[in-house]
Design a protein around this ligand. Structure first.
Ligand SMILES: [Zn+2]
Length: 127
């Protein structure tokens, strides 16, 4: 059985030695690459993340794009992240304006991010 183009593309993306975005060239829905495998609908960036970084640590974890390009399947740009971490990353990386979120929730997200060592290097230096 020939390898479907989408699987071959994902395998190449996973093996690629590049820091550039690898946009999904096939079917895209709501910004995310999609394909079918064995009759199941799959999300391309989740497949790439799982293949390289392993399964989601918990059920709360989703795949986050560090680059902000939803259809990117470069595993170097993907990581497992909780929704709170994901929202905070978008603030820090400047992809989401805080004004879009209710103030109470925004403060909570900032507190969560400040507690996480993974975000420490990304916060501004207040010397
Ligand atoms: Zn990317």
């Amino acid at each position: 059985m020939p390898t479907p183009k989408s699987i071959a593309f994902l395998e190449a993306a996973i093996a690629a030695d590049t820091d550039a975005c690898i946009p999904w060239p096939f079917y895209v829905k709501k910004g995310y690459g999609r394909f079918t495998m064995g009759g199941k609908n799959c999300v391309a960036h989740v497949f790439a993340c799982r293949a390289v970084h392993g399964p989601a640590p918990t059920l709360e974890h989703q795949v986050a794009h560090l680059c902000g390009l939803k259809c990117c399947v470069n595993p170097r740009h993907l990581l497992w992240s909780t929704q709170s971490e994901n929202i905070m990353d978008e603030f820090i990386l400047g992809r989401k304006r805080p004004s879009r979120m209710p103030t109470r929730r925004r403060k909570t997200e900032v507190k969560i991010a400040l507690r996480l060592p993974a975000h420490a290097g990304m916060l501004p230096d207040y010397d």
